[in-house]
Design a protein around this ligand. Structure first.
Ligand code: PAF
Length: 285
């Protein structure tokens, strides 16, 4: 029989369980999630397993990273299925605060405000509340669990860079690791929000990845970044998406780049299909 992970609903319970792991000399990896787990999340759990004796998966739909008009109320919540999947992956602990007040008690007044080049533009230009909310909750998760390692998906590439910088800047002794994006057979990056897509939108959605791959190949082949991105933007718009951005950034710092001579390049995109916002990214070369 598959052993279910232990579910911890309060901070003292989490701390007691982790103290027992540490007393036994075990290392701990944390995989922060908002639930609605798919194969992408499970790949993070597998990577965490390889890095640590114990794996904690947090499941918390974090209100602080949603703007009022966003999908907090309708964000998919699939706790029973998540637990079953985590049991199959042999996660040890699930940190699922029993209420929002466990994370943000009455009077909560502190917010982590990430800055620097990694926060300039891209997601921040369209969701200015987002990285403050993510950095605040991730800082709390790091302090609550004090993991040796934390695993985040490269699908949210800017988030990965912001969280890595935040941990370094705040001297939180955790090694942040990025894991490659897991894709459907047709290239669409797995995301909990893909369930929002209608069948027609789902059929169109992989175009985004195809355009990214095409642009990356052209740039790697020596075509100019600016013209290649202009062509990519046009293809995305003509396919029926409402484009937020398609940009080339330095893969480490996320500063804008004009050519591959500026360093390793990452292409990042965000676009809407109907009411669903999709993001994706690929490396060049
Ligand atoms: O990527 C996510 O699912 C969330 O932004 C995270 C990192 C769990 C913080 O709420």
């Amino acid at each position: 029989m598959v052993q279910r992970p232990k579910v911890l609903r309060t901070l003292p319970a989490l701390r007691r369980s982790l103290a027992r792991c540490r007393a036994a000399g075990e290392t701990v990896a944390l995989v922060p999630t908002m639930g609605a787990l798919h194969e992408g999340h499970l790949s993070l759990v597998r990577l965490a397993r390889r890095k640590s004796a114990r794996v904690v998966v947090s499941i918390f739909v974090n209100p602080a990273q949603f703007a009022p008009a966003e999908d907090l109320a309708t964000y998919p919540r699939t706790f029973a299925a998540d637990l079953a999947a985590l049991a199959r992956e042999k996660a040890d602990l699930v940190w699922a605060p029993e209420s929002v007040a466990v994370m943000y008690p009455e009077g909560f007044s502190t917010r982590v405000a990430p800055g620097g080049p990694a926060t300039v533009g891209l997601e921040d230009a369209y969701r200015p509340h987002f990285f403050g909310g993510v950095a605040t909750v991730v800082a709390k998760l790091f302090i609550q669990a004090l993991p040796d390692v934390a695993v985040f998906g490269e699908k949210d590439y800017q988030q990965l860079k912001v969280v890595t910088r935040m941990a370094r800047d705040l001297d939180i002794p955790v090694r942040v690791i990025g894991a490659p994006t897991v894709r459907e057979a047709d290239g669409l990056a797995m995301s909990s929000r893909n369930v929002y897509l209608s069948p027609a939108e789902r059929a169109l959605a992989p175009t985004l990845h195809r355009v990214l791959v095409d642009c990356a190949a052209r740039i790697a082949g020596g075509r100019p970044v600016k013209a290649t991105l202009a062509r990519g933007r046009d293809t995305i718009a003509r396919a029926g998406f409402r484009l937020d951005y398609l940009e080339a950034r330095h893969a480490d710092t996320l500063e804008p780049v004009r050519s591959t001579r500026d360093g390793p390049v990452r292409l990042l995109v965000a676009a809407w299909l109907g009411k669903t916002r999709l993001i994706d990214n690929v490396g060049v070369g």
